[in-house]
Design a protein around this ligand. Sequence first.
Ligand SMILES: [Zn+2]
Ligand SMILES: [Zn+2]
Length: 200
Amino acid sequence: MPTYRAFQVTDQRHFELVDRDLVDPAPGQVRLRVLTCGVCHSDVLAVEGQRSDPATPLVPGHEVVGVVDAVGEGVTGWAVGDRAGLGFLGGPCGQCEWCRRGDYVNCTDQPLPGTSVDGGYAEMVYARASGLVRVPAGLDPVTVAPLLCAGITTFNALRVADAPPGSLVAVQGLGGLGHLGVQYAKKCRRSRNSPGAAVT
Ligand SMILES: [Zn+2]
Ligand SMILES: [Zn+2]
């Protein structure tokens, strides 16, 4: 059986480079060939063993950009060769009470790549199709990867804040998240000279 390489972690900071069997994606899933995976502070949950069963090997990583390598039964809208991104929320179930309300973040049946299921510190990752976002071919995967966790976190903070275009926004801290928050805020402002026009 063909295999792929993955960095798995067990217990506390015990990393191993292992070979995993390359199997077909389950129904509703795709298999991604990983192009790059960002490193997020939340990876510490897996690396430091702060999960329910740290003795079970887990592949960290939830800022994955990859190319669809195989498509499972029942998946629509994705084809082999498509470029896709996978973040911390690995795909809502679409059936639980929270999903029916449109509150996908609180889905009670959602895999968390790199935390509850294997993530992107590997050559391949398996993902629910409902958790994928499209990544245009012209974008650099290394640039895109942080947008899949740090980026969406700061973008949503701006989106739900009472800060319409033109507002003065303060971003506390200029680390992995903050530097993206500043850029989003800048892109969202409007020109004083031409109300309604976005400034880029
Ligand atoms: Zn759900
Ligand atoms: Zn993260």
